[in-house]
Design a protein around this ligand. Sequence first.
Ligand SMILES: *Cc1c(COP(=O)(O)O)cnc(C)c1O
Length: 401
Amino acid sequence: MSRPDLNAVVAALRQVLPESGRPVALHEPAFGGNEWSYVKQCLDEGMVSSIGTFVDRFERMLADYTGAAHAVAVVNGTAALHVCLRLVGVQENDEVLLPALTFVATANAVRYCNAAPHFVDSSERTLGVDPVRLEAYLREAAETGPKGCVNRRTGRRIRALVVMHTFGHPAEPDALADLCRRFGIELVEDAAQSLGSRYRGRHTGTWGRVAALSFNGNKIVTTGGGGAILTSDAALAARAKHLTTTAKVPHRWAYAHDEVGFNYRLPNVNAAIGCAQIEQLPAFVERKRSLARHYQEVLCNVAGVRLFQEPPRAESNYWLNALILDDADMSRRDALLELTQDHRWLTRPVWTLLHRLPMYRDCPRMELPVAERLEASIVNLPSSASLRHAEARAVNRHRGV
Ligand SMILES: *Cc1c(COP(=O)(O)O)cnc(C)c1O
C-alpha cells in the first residue's frame, strides 16, 4: 500500500484537463443536436405541457434503446423511484434494502412509501451491492416464511432490494436477481446513472421488474429535469402511467380519479429535449469511454492511485470517472480535492454515506466496511463528454501539431 504523491496525480491530470482559468465542471450537458428545433416545434405548436407527441416519442426511444418493452416518462428520477417501489408493492412498515453508498434520493423514495431503508454494503469490484456478502447477511438477519422475507430483529417484511449502478458501472444484476428470487424479494434498479451501460450485453434497468432512470442536468442525457420508469411488464407499465398522471379514468370530459395518484408526468417540452439527447447517446457513450481510457493512460503509472475500471462482463457508460486512492484516508482525499479545485477542476467526493445522515441514522444496516473505505478513497474527476475534444488537443500538443 503506497501513499500517493498528490503532485504526481495533478501532473497526470494536467495531460487530460484544460487549465484555461475557467472552472472545468464535474459534468456538463451538451446540446449539439436537434434540441433547438424540437423545442421550437413545441413552442410553435403551443404544446409545451402535458399533451404533445414528444412524450410518446421519447418513451419509444428509451424502450428501443434499452430493450425494455415499456418506458414511462416522469418528472424526475426520484419520482420514478417512488413509483417503482409502489409498483412492486412496497407498503408502510416494510423494509427496503439499498446501498449506503448512493445518492440520497434512493433512500428518500423509500421513505415516501412510509417504509424503512435498510442499508447494505458495496463491492470493491463493482461499487454496487455485493451479492455474496448480502446473501451471507440475509442468512443471519432474515428468515423467509409465508409473509416473504422478514427481518428477524424488527419483525418487518423486507419487500425489495434497490441496486444502484454507481457512476454508470453495472452492479452484478444477474447474481442480485438470483438472490432476490431465492429470498422472495423484489429487485428494483436505480439506473439513474447508467443509461448506456450494459452487463453481459443486456442494458442496466432491464434486470429487475422495474427500474428508474434520471435525466437531471448532470446525467449522461438530460431533459432539464426528468426521469423514466422501465419495465417489461405491460400491466405494470399501464399502472405506472395511471399512477403518474393523477390516476385519471379516461373520459371525454369528466374528472374521475380512482385512487390517490401523482402529478409526475414529464412536460412535452422536456421530452423534446430528451428525444434530441437520445439521438446523441451513442456518441456521448463513445466519447466518455474514450475520456476514461485517456484518464487510465495517464494515471496507470502514478503510484498509490488507480482509475476505477468497468467490472468484468460490463460495458459501462463511465458517467463519472472515479479515482481511487489505495489508502482510505479522508484527510488525503480532502487534500487531493483541495489541490485539484485549486486548478479549477471541479472534482468531488462521493456522497456522504446515507446511514450518517440525521434522518437515516437509526435505520437497520449491515456492517459497511467497504462503503466506508470507498467513501474515504474516491475522488470523482471531471467527466463531461465534451472533454473528449480537450483530449484531442492534448494529443496534438504531444505530437507538436
Ligand atoms: C440523480 C439520481 C437520482 C435522482 O434523480 P433526479 O432526477 O435528480 O430526481 C436517484 N438516484 C441516483 C443514484 C441518482 O444519481
